[in-house]
Write a protein that binds this ligand. Structure first.
Ligand SMILES: Nc1ncnc2c1ncn2[C@@H]1O[C@H](COP(=O)(O)OP(=O)(O)OP(=O)(O)O)[C@@H](O)[C@H]1O
Ligand SMILES: [Mg+2]
Length: 358
């Protein structure tokens, strides 16, 4: 098989699965599979129930506070997920921020820049707690595919540790496990109308992940570590407020990168670091594309599709267009579009990948 016919066979396989998911050839064949977006800030689980795609999203954060009967009953009353690990009680999931505020605990994150957080001694235990609750035990033969980032340059060995540690947690729950690069998952979820050929970018909390795909096969992938958390931390450092204050302002729908009516110092700082995050991706893409030998025989211009929480801010698409326009790329870009499945794109691509054989 030539490399071109291999690629065509890959895109045909993905197309068939996509067809099944969309109900055109029977979604029933899609049960027994899960797709997991294992993100620095959020976990998203994709599965199929009653022939429909279902997505569950959890904040990937924890609070640990001293155990007391009162705290436990408060957590039960409020239906906040938790586990008693005497002498502590660990609360996790979507309402952790709120809980940390009420009880004065500090929010902890098991991951940082896309990988297990080396500064969190209980990182893998915390990931296990979250995955046990979100994914549950596997049914016999059930398969799961989870997303992994591209390693930041020079940190390839950290990716191996991260991947193997998470794999063993999921195998411990009984799943047959495979992995997919986060940005390839975005291409698979979003670029069916373009034969899975184009550039997928996920702008996340810890990382921006980028993939150039040709007929569903990755030509290259890379990641940059300036993303949402970097915007929060840098803006906090120069304005003297907390990173949480910045994050809440950033996630407020009023914030726009192009607002020109007297921005506050926090808004000004966020816009500066946002532009840096976007430019870093555009310039790295330019460098990697221009140094990749033997680019595939693209038939014409290719699209860029973008996803991830960091891309939700007002003016993002305009700023990304501006940054890409300033680069000189050996491949023509046809359009720059947001992911239709929004924050579910990575999990959706992982679900499709879980259904691929072999
Ligand atoms: N409406 C919003 N506007 C702006 N930023 C947002 C919004 N919602 C979420 N974010 C930011 O998006 C980031 C999280 O994005 P996402 O959930 O895609 O990341 P992740 O997949 O968990 O992380 P990574 O892919 O880097 O491992 C955070 O920095 C968060 O503050
Ligand atoms: Mg992500």
């Amino acid at each position: 098989m030539t490399s071109n016919s291999k690629a065509t066979a890959a895109s045909d396989k993905i197309r068939k699965i996509e067809g099944g998911l969309r109900g055109s050839s029977g979604g029933a064949a899609s049960t027994g599979f899960k797709g997991l977006d294992l993100g620095t800030s959020h976990l998203v689980l994709a599965s199929v129930k009653d022939n429909r795609e279902v997505y569950q999203k959890e904040l990937h954060a924890f609070v640990s506070i001293p155990y007391s009967k009162m705290t436990k009953s408060m957590l039960e009353r409020e239906k906040i997920q938790h586990r008693v690990q005497r002498p502590n009680i660990i609360a996790f999931g979507n309402r952790v921020d709120e809980f940390a505020n009420i009880l004065g605990g500090t929010t902890r994150r098991p991951m940082q820049t896309g990988l297990l957080n080396p500064d969190e001694p209980k990182n893998i235990e915390l990931v296990e707690l979250a995955l046990r609750s979100l994914c549950g035990k596997a049914k016999p033969g059930e398969k799961i595919c989870f997303s992994v980032p591209s390693p930041p340059e020079g940190n390839e060995s950290m990716l191996l540790f991260h991947e193997e540690s998470v794999r063993s947690v999921l195998e411990g729950l009984g799943y047959k496990v495979r992995t997919i690069n986060e940005s390839l998952a975005v291409v698979i979820a979003e670029l069916q109308d373009y034969d899975f050929t184009g550039i997928g970018i996920s702008f996340g909390g810890g990382m921006c992940n980028v993939c150039l795909s040709y007929l569903g096969l990755p030509v290259f992938t890379f990641a940059t570590t300036r993303a949402g958390d970097y915007i929060d931390d840098s803006s906090a450092a120069v304005t003297g407020v907390s990173a949480t204050t910045v994050r809440l302002r950033k996630e407020n729908k009023d914030f726009d990168l192009f607002a020109d009516d007297n921005p506050s110092s926090i808004d000004r700082a966020m816009s500066i670091y946002y532009r840096e995050v976007i430019q870093t991706v555009a310039l790295t893409l330019e460098r990697v594309l221009n140094t990749t030998k033997d680019l595939p025989p693209f038939k014409g211009p290719v699209p860029i599709v973008f996803s991830g929480g960091t891309s939700l801010v007002g003016g993002f698409q305009k700023e990304l267009r501006k940054a890409i326009r300033k680069t000189t790329l050996p491949v023509e870009i046809s359009e720059i579009i947001p992911a239709e499945s929004g924050l579910n794109a990575t999990a959706r691509g992982a679900l499709v990948a879980a259904m691929l054989e072999g």
